[in-house]
Design a protein around this ligand. Structure first.
Ligand SMILES: *Cc1c(COP(=O)(O)O)cnc(C)c1O
Length: 401
């Protein structure tokens, strides 16, 4: 009997992967699914070409954010009708945070950790400034978060899986502790969705947001999503009162009246071509079991760590050693990590670098297997053993790392 119910040979065949490249950066930008070009082309021709503005109804463009939101909901243990697709993750974080804060008007603290992604922290700082009522962002070390959840905290805002190290918070335990102190939770699923099983209802999460261009493979600039738990959906405010979140957008009223539930989290016109790409990407996920995905991811990350530690003594593991305490990426510290990553990329292994000294590798079982893991270890060993990274052209910093 096959070890997994998910056919990982089939999933691999659903992607275009350039010849001669080992792609360990699907945690930053997933590769192109085979079905995507035709699906996007269809949204252009015949939909846009022949239907013109009628496409909003006839081609289902207008309701695509809800429709795809429901598909995402089913993948993250959320109730149907409580996930909305649109905008970017930064914007969805801002909206969710503003909604959560408004539900705890007597409190002034947003608690996060100092490893959180900068955009999340910047959004919180900006919102605090806009509120101008003494609301402030407090960040502590990731392992100290639980100890800082007090009755002062309005919102606990965390990214489940740390973008640098892959360290994973315990969503369920932290959410329970936040609730015990009367605080609400906002979970960023950027490095969780498509990487580890997520069950928002089981965790009791209040708000969540995530993106679709990383593990989900919906393409550069693909939209984000937001989740609002059923108990907040009917009375959560949206800081961004766009016309598409209005109860009657085509009544063009002067006054804002929010639409029901999560629909009010829509802002403006949705990106139809990107939604077509997201739809094609989600089709692949219909045939993936998240427990299989997780088991496979652990096999691959364990194999990579063992290989690198045996053969590249210069590199020091930055990710948790316990696979259950990390997501689907593995990071190593190396002082010349930037140059080493440039050398790796020049030799066909694509990972990325995160300041100050982190070499980051994403493991995406849909299209990465043992062969790629072993190939990457082999090339990394050659680069480290021969100091092949020590060349001026690998040390020139690009604008995107
Ligand atoms: C990737 C990522 C983002 C990016 O936000 P965008 O608005 O989509 O650019 C935000 N937060 C986290 C935690 C991320 O990993």
């Amino acid at each position: 009997m096959a070890k997994y119910s998910t056919d990982f040979d089939w999933t691999r065949d659903q992607f275009h992967l350039p010849e001669g490249v080992i792609y360990l950066d699907g945690n930053s930008l997933g590769p192109l699914p085979i079905a995507t070009p035709a699906r996007v082309a269809r949204a252009i021709e015949p939909e846009w070409r022949d239907m013109l503005i009628g496409g909003w109804v006839k081609a289902g463009w207008h309701l695509a954010p809800e429709r795809l939101g429901d598909r995402i909901a089913a993948m993250i243990g959320a109730e149907a009708g409580h996930v909305m697709v649109g905008d970017t993750l930064s914007i969805k974080i801002y909206q969710a945070l503003a909604a959560a804060i408004a539900l705890r008007p007597e409190r002034r603290v947003i608690l996060s950790d100092n490893g959180n992604f900068p955009s999340d922290l910047y959004m919180a700082q900006g919102l605090a400034k806009t509120l101008g009522n003494g609301t402030r962002l407090v960040t502590v070390a990731p392992e100290e978060v639980a100890d800082h959840i007090t009755d002062e905290v309005a919102v606990l805002m965390l990214t489940e899986v740390d973008y640098r190290t892959g360290r994973r918070h315990d969503m369920k335990t932290l959410t329970a502790k936040a609730h015990k102190h009367g605080a609400l939770t906002l979970w960023d699923l950027a490095h969780s969705f498509g990487a580890v099983p997520v069950d928002l209802s089981d965790c009791g999460a209040d708000f969540a947001a995530g993106c679709t261009y990383k593990y989900i493979n919906a393409g550069p600039g693909a939209p984000a999503f937001i989740y609002v738990a059923p108990e907040h959906a009917g009375h959560s405010q949206t800081a961004l009162q766009g016309w598409q979140g209005h109860a009657a957008p085509f009544a063009f009223e002067q006054e804002y009246h929010p639409a029901n539930a999560v629909t009010r989290m829509r802002v403006g016109t949705p990106p139809v071509l990107q939604l077509a790409a997201l739809e094609a990407a989600l089709d692949v996920w219909d045939r993936v079991d998240f427990n299989d995905l997780r088991a496979r991811s652990i096999e691959l990350t364990e194999r990579f760590i063992a290989g690198v530690e045996a053969r590249c003594p210069q590199l020091r593991l930055a990710s948790p050693r316990d696979p259950h305490a990390r997501g689907s990426q593995v990071s190593f510290h190396f002082e010349e990590g930037y140059a080493a990553m440039q050398a790796l990329i020049a030799h066909g292994v694509i990972g990325d670098f995160r300041a100050p000294d982190i070499m980051r590798f994403g493991f995406t079982p849909l299209y990465i297997g043992e062969r790629e893991v072993d190939g990457a270890v082999e090339i990394l060993t050659e680069i480290m053993a021969g100091d092949l990274w020590d060349r001026p052209e690998y040390k020139v910093k690009a604008i995107i790392t």
